[in-house]
Design a protein around this ligand. Structure first.
Ligand code: NAD
Ligand code: IPM
Ligand code: MN
Length: 347
């Protein structure tokens, strides 16, 4: 059981350290953790945000635990050298096309979200975000128009097989939950979305038990704060899923709580919090490590088949919150390590 641990930049190393402590505490037979450099940290050390050695480590492992990448001191670099290319490169190189981002309200946090408690308490949803296509991976560039104006451009596209395989993941997830799937697109404006919608409707024929609905992304953003309890599984493209999942995190209290799994065909996966490197609080011991700890739980479940161990971690995090131990992101005073300690005690 070889796990690659890529901590990255900013709060990445701080939150990853706590998740590693949790994994080690479980004392799983045969568990081996191997580190690798990614992001700005890798750029400053090796001249590239995703060095070949790191990719080799990733390929030699069964799964990756990932912290975060992003360093404003690298924002002037050519795009292919920027820290974010590490996570984008891993997703593409390793075929991690299915991104699962669950969001549910923890007991005791109902009053701490930015929604009214009676609205927030109903949230239990899963965003299934496509991760290998869309405007993220299309051709892009900066050019000069004939009249001298600069123009930036990015090509948005989905091929039908790309939509079909993520739709399958969405329908399967819905079958394992309450059999409701909402596909989010912008088919009223974008051809990319029209194809998305057509293909999702085709795939729906294979899942007659699932109730499929479609929603435009602008309405979905509104409904997510108006009545998030109406959603169960949401399936959407790369860009819309990125935005809606940050929004969903605040609906349940904090971005420091949302974990994610990025899966390839089979059991290989990368697991990371949905948040970034949070440069504004990095190095201060203030980051909430729960999203990363919960990502480690998803890793045990999806890539190693260790359901019981995963459930133990999730229960320990839930108990920590129910006991009132909260980071600054939730209006509490506990620091990163203190939260890690509290979760370990409850394990
Ligand atoms: P961010 O998610 O890093 O931070 C947004 C806000 O949330 C900040 O105020 C931050 O302090 C807070 N926050 C985030 N995680 C937290 C935690 N665990 N505990 C407490 N507070 C937390 O987003 P950003 O500021 O837009 O981006 C910062 C950098 O991170 C950028 O370089 C961006 O590209 C990168 N980024 C990387 C990933 C990734 O590695 N997968 C994801 C998102 C953003
Ligand atoms: C995320 C992040 C990434 C994304 C960035 C860092 C490339 O925001 O994982 O949500 O946009 O996918
Ligand atoms: Mn994001």
């Amino acid at each position: 059981m070889r796990i690659a641990v890529f901590a990255g930049d900013g709060i990445g190393p701080e939150v990853t350290e706590q998740a590693v402590r949790v994994l080690e505490k479980l004392d799983l037979p045969g568990l081996e953790l191997v580190e690798g450099d990614v992001g700005g940290a890798a750029y400053y050390k090796h001249g590239h945000p995703l060095p070949a050695e790191t990719l080799d480590v990733a390929r030699s492992a069964q799964a990756i635990l990932f912290g975060a990448v992003g360093d404003f001191s690298c924002d002037h670099l050519e795009r292919h050298l920027r820290p974010e290319q590490a996570i984008l490169g891993l997703r593409k190189e390793l075929g991690l096309f299915a991104n699962l981002r669950p969001a549910q309200v923890f007991a005791g946090l109902e009053d701490l979200t930015t929604l009214r408690p009676e609205v927030a308490s109903k949230i239990d949803l899963l965003i299934v975000r496509e991760l290998n296509g869309d405007v993220y991976f299309g051709e892009k560039g900066m050019r000069r128009l004939e009249d001298g104006r600069r123009q930036g451009w990015d090509m948005m596209s989905y091929a039908e097989d790309e939509v079909r395989r993520i739709a399958q993941v969405g329908f399967k997830a819905a079958m394992g939950r309450s059999k409701k799937l909402c596909s989010v697109d912008k088919a009223n404006v974008l051809e990319t979305s029209q194809l998305w919608r057509d293909v999702v409707i085709e795939v729906a024929k294979e899942y007659p038990e699932v109730e499929l609905t479609h929603m435009y992304v602008d309405n979905a953003a509104m409904q997510l704060v108006k009545n998030p309890g109406q959603f169960d599984v949401i399936v959407t493209g790369n860009l819309f899923g990125d935005i809606l999942s940050d929004q969903a995190s605040m609906c349940v209290g904090s971005i420091g709580l949302l974990a994610s799994a990025s899966l390839a065909e089979g059991t290989y996966g990368l697991y990371e919090p949905i948040h970034g490197s949070a440069p504004d609080i990095a190095g201060k011991g203030l980051a909430n490590p729960m999203a990363t700890i919960l990502s480690a739980a998803m890793l045990l479940r999806h890539s190693l088949g260790l359901e019981a161990a995963a459930a133990r971690i999730e229960a320990a995090v839930a108990k920590t919150l129910a006991d009132g131990i909260k980071g600054g992101d939730l209006g509490g005073t506990a620091g990163t390590r203190e939260i890690g300690d509290a979760v370990l005690e409850r394990l």
